[in-house]
Design a protein around this ligand. Structure first.
Ligand SMILES: NC(=O)C1=CN([C@@H]2O[C@H](COP(=O)(O)OP(=O)(O)OC[C@H]3O[C@@H](n4cnc5c(N)ncnc54)[C@H](OP(=O)(O)O)[C@@H]3O)[C@@H](O)[C@H]2O)C=CC1
Ligand SMILES: Nc1nc(=O)c2c([nH]1)NC[C@@H]1CN(c3ccc(C(=O)N[C@@H](CCC(=O)O)C(=O)O)cc3)C=[N+]21
Length: 310
């Protein structure tokens, strides 16, 4: 039986536990975590996402501060805003919505964010710490994927994992996280030869390519766990809907467990953003952070020793 991994429900649980923790911070220390979201231009898809983040932050006891800048804002003005947010004690986390207009340097903007407040985990310091196995702020989307995998499979050690996509925001940090959990990791991309065969070897397949329905059932090892990161807006029969990078209909015939789109990785990304904001708040106030929040919220389904193929 294929299990549908309900990311929306898992994210609700995670946000509930985050809410209990923020309440504790407020009551014991009078501290309210704060998240600043900077949006440049007015891309409608980003607006929906930013609105969802603000609402869910509020429900979890996190203050959110939205900064909307015109698409033609200068690099200098954007960097000045980041400097202000870096210095603001009410702001514990800073997220600059990507992609930025082409006139702005994403690298320069990301590097301007104080690493302690970099709740996206995109700053080179955080990337380096993740890659070397040190404590780091971990990018939200791969972190959410890892939580779903751990919850689904328990122990990940020794499993063959294939990460499809090598972007800085999903593919590369995902590969690092799986390696940290002792998976045997392959990273595939647009220049990979024999992509279907690579995929068929994988016990765990994480697809983050931005190509709707690229991964079909015949690319999947029977019983494998499939995490579909893709969020693609497609037109079908004159209507617009969201589709993942995995063809859900054929893949769900073969997979052991699979995330849907919508309702899979997307909601976990936002929950992980709130978790990173809580972690950043504790760190900045030199307070202990409850590392076990994900395990408390999402206890594992299976005994750690059982393999996907057994
Ligand atoms: N659920 C969520 O929270 C999030 C979802 N997303 C979604 O995830 C998807 C990926 O996002 P992102 O990582 O930013 O995308 P990028 O466009 O930055 O990277 C795409 C990657 O996929 C590879 N690729 C593209 N086409 C193919 C192909 N035909 N075969 C094999 N590999 C291919 C590219 O290879 P190469 O490097 O060789 O060009 C690249 O490494 C998108 O749909 C995006 O909307 C993104 C962020 C968060
Ligand atoms: N600095 C930065 N950090 C990001 O993390 C970041 C970003 N920029 N730019 C854009 C991408 C995309 N992204 C999504 C997060 C949640 C959903 C999400 O909640 N999706 C819902 C549905 C949403 C809908 O219905 O439109 C779901 O999949 O169920 C989608 C996409 C984060 N990103």
């Amino acid at each position: 039986m294929t299990r549908i991994i309900d990311g929306k429900q898992q994210a609700n649980r995670l946000r509930e536990v985050i809410g209990q923790e923020t309440l504790g911070l407020q009551e014991r220390h009078g501290i309210r975590p704060g998240l600043a979201v900077v949006m440049v231009g007015n891309d409608p898809a980003s607006q929906v996402y930013v609105r969802n983040k603000a609402r869910q932050a509020g429900e979890a006891g996190i203050a959110s501060f939205e900064h909307r800048l015109e698409a033609n804002v200068s690099q200098q003005a954007l960097l000045a805003l980041i400097a202000t947010l870096n210095a603001d004690p009410a702001v514990h986390g800073i997220l600059v919505q990507l992609p930025l207009p082409a006139s702005l340097s994403e690298a320069a903007v990301i590097q301007a964010i104080a690493p302690d407040k970099d709740v996206d985990g995109f700053h080179p310091i955080n990337i380096g710490n993740l890659a070397t196995g040190a404590r780091a702020m971990v990018p939200c989307t791969p972190l959410g994927c890892l939580m779903l995998l751990r919850q689904q499979l328990g122990e990940l050690a020794g499993k063959r994992a294939l990460v499809l996509g090598r972007s800085n925001i999903v593919g590369k940090p995902m590969a690092n996280l799986l390696l940290r959990d002792s998976c045997t990791v392959t990273v595939a991309h647009s220049r990979t030869h024999g992509l279907a065969e690579e995929c068929r070897r994988a016990d765990i397949l994480v697809a983050a390519v931005g190509r709707p329905g690229l991964v079909t059932g015949d690319w999947i090892k029977p019983g494998a766990t499939i995490i579909d990161v893709g969020i693609n807006r497609i037109e079908e029969q004159g209507r617009s809907r969201l589709a993942g990078d995995v063809d859900f209909t054929s893949a769900s015939q073969v997979a052991g467990a699979i995330t849907p789109v919508p309702g899979g990785v997307g909601p976990m990304t936002i929950a992980c953003l709130l978790l990173n904001t809580l972690q950043a708040t504790c760190h900045q106030h030199r307070l202990p952070f409850a590392e076990d929040i994900p395990q408390r919220a999402l206890p594992t389904h299976r005994k750690p020793t059982r393999s996907v193929t057994s």
